[in-house]
Write a protein that binds this ligand. Structure first.
Ligand SMILES: [Cu+2]
Length: 331
């Protein structure tokens, strides 16, 4: 979540994968060589203007400026430019072969996530988080539904703009399991600062288990009733859950949100098929539990003013809780 970005060391200096490690190395090299160039230029100026006369003779006044102030910075900065461009070209290379593919679409102010098969067909849908296996390069296909956004998980890669009408690519890879926070890194309107994201990296076997569980759930196609049945065993909440389901379908939620296996098929908002297992709500800004779910549905306009979901303050506390209970079961 967003606070994961405020730790020490800052994530840009704490790479968790080969692509971000390259970016970090480049950043240190830019910083270090930038400092060297500055010192050399100042020294050349000093030698040219104020240096002892024997230095002036050796460097010939103007010659110091030509060497230290023009030739040296020219060579160093050109080398850094070539290195930087080569690196960014390799990070943003499109799909080559059988890499794992995930399409991420920036929307005001959240991220749509679609897992693709090798042919580019959508296999699973989600929002505001991606789940990846460690030591596996993943190619993200970045798109935008409205304005320019930018995708950035500093632990895992560089940042790349998401541009309307165009598809860009970004390679990410994790070398350790864990949760890595991300943000939109290009100002995109009022709630830009609250447009966050979580990347979750698993050991490969755990990732396969995670994926198979999701695919099995999707294939069963009956998860809501199964979930309600399951809730009976976890505290007799099935009445509330089925009331929540009915409210979800009848109060307009289903027009904007999709829950696979139900009649809810809206596309304007985040896919809620797996919202119960999400780490966060509101695009990375709230931890996900019953209280925040109720708060978000009842009053998302206070939490994230101007976001594209209306506050449901006309629903009673019981109704909000019933919807939250049903959504919790959508794992
Ligand atoms: Cu933004």
């Amino acid at each position: 979540m967003l606070d994961a970005l405020w730790g020490w060391p800052p994530p840009v200096l704490d790479p968790a994968g080969p692509f971000s490690a390259q970016v970090t190395t480049l950043a240190w090299a830019l910083f270090g060589l930038g400092a060297v160039v500055t010192v050399v230029i100042v020294a050349a100026l000093w030698a040219a203007i104020k240096g002892p006369s024997k230095w002036k003779q050796a460097l010939g006044g103007e010659r110091a400026i030509w060497i230290g102030g023009i030739a040296f910075p020219g060579v160093v900065l050109t080398a850094l430019l070539v290195w930087g461009l080569t690196l960014t070209a390799s990070l943003t290379e499109p799909i080559r072969g059988d890499e794992m593919r995930i399409r991420v679409t920036g929307e005001m102010w959240w991220f749509r996530v679609q897992y693709l098969d090798p042919d580019g067909n959508v296999v699973m849908q989600d929002a505001n988080e991606i789940h990846i296996p460690v030591d596996t390069p993943v190619v993200l296909e970045l798109e935008s539904a409205d304005v320019i956004h930018s995708f950035w998980v500093p632990h895992l890669s560089g940042k790349k703009d998401m541009i309307p009408g165009r598809r860009t690519f970004l390679r990410i890879e994790a070398d350790r399991a864990g949760e890595f926070g991300g943000v939109c890194a290009e100002y995109c309107g009022g709630q830009h600062a609250l447009m966050g994201f979580v990347a979750i990296a698993y050991e490969p076997a755990d990732w396969v288990r995670w994926r198979d569980a999701r695919l099995a759930r999707l294939a069963s196609g009956v998860q809501p009733s199964a979930a309600v049945a399951r809730s009976t065993t976890t505290g007799g909440r099935s009445a509330a859950a089925s009331q929540g389901r009915a409210l979800f379908m009848d109060t307009g939620c289903a027009a904007c949100h999709r829950v696979a296996g139900t009649e809810a098929n809206g596309l304007a908002g985040p896919d809620l098929t797996h919202v119960g297992s999400r780490r966060s709500l509101g695009a990375g800004i709230l931890p996900n539990h019953r209280g925040t779910m109720i708060g978000w549905i009842g009053d998302s306009q206070s939490i994230k003013p101007g976001n594209r979901m209306p506050s449901y303050d006309r629903l009673s506390a019981e109704e909000l809780e019933a919807i939250a209970i049903w959504l919790e079961l959508q794992e």
